[in-house]
Design a protein around this ligand. Structure first.
Ligand SMILES: [Zn+2]
Ligand SMILES: [Zn+2]
Length: 205
């Protein structure tokens, strides 16, 4: 969910505004002014609401100082299907607090903490097909690092059953080449209705 900072001349409330809109341009107000503070982040999409809020505060300040006008600040959450809603006037501090709250709710990379792209645009999210419990990652790099850690632990400590967590011995079971199980029963419990005995193999190390 990108955050966009625009300058606006709101139609209903009047006056000049700097607006942070969650959800991108589709959710920005319709009374957008031509970009003037591009170097400060105007018209830019931010992945982090905290960065967007900082840009909005900087733009409002630069606008006030350069044109000696009253500039209002606002930040809007994503209102599905409601294009062009006007925000309510907020102080810089309120916008920053809003941004922190937004930030707390976003999904982050399980390895580095980077904000993940929204679920809707799934490309850009990575996960380990055999270790979905590890969470989602921002990049191939982060998922590779986690995978390396898992493999290292498995080699050092011995493999553990993916279902019950017990260490598996020299002989383990694998189903469709995924994971290691201590027994056929654990493989069946883990894979449920899709389980076909013919796809179960014993592995020896
Ligand atoms: Zn990451
Ligand atoms: Zn088991």
């Amino acid at each position: 969910m990108p955050y966009v900072v625009t300058r606006q001349a709101y139609y209903y409330q009047r006056g000049l505004w700097v607006e942070v809109a969650a959800g991108g341009f589709d959710y920005s107000g319709p009374d957008m002014l031509v970009e003037k503070f591009k170097h400060l982040g105007e018209g830019q999409e931010f992945r982090s609401p905290v960065d967007a809020a900082a840009a909005a505060v900087a733009i409002a300040k630069a606008w006030r100082e350069s044109e000696h006008v009253v500039v209002h600040l606002t930040a809007k959450g994503e209102v599905a299907g409601y294009f062009g809603a006007e925000g309510e006037a907020m102080s810089s501090r309120q916008v920053q607090r809003w941004a922190k709250k937004e930030y707390a709710h976003l999904d982050k990379c399980a390895r580095c903490g980077e904000i993940l792209p929204s679920k809707k645009s799934h490309p850009g999210r990575y996960y380990l097909p055999e270790y979905e419990d590890e969470g989602e990652f921002c990049s191939q790099h982060c998922s590779d690092l986690v995978f390396e850690d898992i493999v290292k632990v498995e080699v050092e400590e011995g493999f553990r059953c993916r279902e019950c967590g017990e260490p598996v011995g020299r002989i383990s079971y694998t189903y469709e080449g995924k994971g290691a199980y201590c027994s056929a029963g654990c493989a069946e419990r883990h894979h449920g209705p899709s389980f076909e005995l013919s796809k179960l193999k014993q592995e020896e190390r």
